[in-house]
Design a protein around this ligand. Structure first.
Ligand SMILES: *Cc1c(COP(=O)(O)O)cnc(C)c1O
Length: 223
């Protein structure tokens, strides 16, 4: 019941932000971030029509993916930091990965994606607030990475992702929008700006986000 009403509230927030931004709310996809939450929570959201789920921790994610295989059209996104020895599990179990931030990871994902699967949808992670502790490439590195992904047989370049620092200035959102538009102009496959979490959803939508990643506002706080 709470997940149902939370989902409705988040969708209304998206509609309100789109109205403010004069955008079509159909252009903003909701990714439900289910990390640390049980499969019962995912099933509850799925029952309300939610199909896209984001996970951060690989072992946990793979267990959930396997136990929810019976749900048609469920779509899994990996959004956590990537260690190079974990790329095979990502390549074999996910439809999307939002956190590719270096060449070695892109190369391994391309090699390890099985030919019988559809190509892996890739967003490149930008370290927009330039925090040393956070993953992500610089805007300059993104240009090179984008070219590599766009030319890779088993990958599709969909766009860019960022986790702005708490209370990040507007300029960080503007930079993401500019970089996204630049890449979209260059590559036909680019249609995704993965930006916005529970606390900055409106700000992100005002700056062109096409996919918001919402955990807490749907599933409650994580312990
Ligand atoms: C946890 C997480 C989210 C969701 O954050 P909330 O604040 O709970 O909405 C979104 N994106 C990434 C990359 C995350 O790790």
């Amino acid at each position: 019941m709470t997940i149902k009403s939370n989902l409705l509230a988040v969708k209304q927030q998206i509609i309100n932000a789109c109205f403010q931004a004069q955008r079509d709310s159909a252009d903003v996809k909701l990714l439900a971030v289910s990390k640390t939450k049980p499969t019962s929570a995912i099933e509850a959201a799925y029952a309300e029509g939610q199909k896209d789920f984001g996970e951060n921790y690989l072992q946990e994610a793979v267990e959930k993916i396997e136990s929810l295989q019976h749900l048609p059209d469920i779509c899994w996104h990996f959004i956590g930091p990537i260690q190079s020895n974990k790329t095979r599990l990502i390549a074999e179990h996910f439809s999307w990965v939002h956190s590719v931030d270096r060449l070695k990871i892109a190369q391994r994902l391309n090699e390890q994606r099985r030919s019988q699967d559809t190509p892996l949808n890739v967003c490149l992670q930008v370290n927009i607030s330039e925090e040393t502790t956070k993953s992500g490439a610089t805007a300059e590195e993104i240009i090179q990475l984008a070219q590599y992904v766009a030319e890779s047989e088993h990958l599709v370049l969909r766009g860019i992702m960022a986790i702005p620092a708490k209370n990040a200035p507007i300029e960080h959102y503007q930079k993401m929008q500019t970089l996204f538009l630049q890449l979209a102009k260059q590559y036909d496959s680019v249609d995704t700006l993965s930006l916005g979490m529970s606390n900055d959803l409106t700000q992100a939508i005002l700056h062109g986000s096409t996919m918001v990643r919402i955990g807490t506002a749907i599933f409650g706080t994580r312990t």
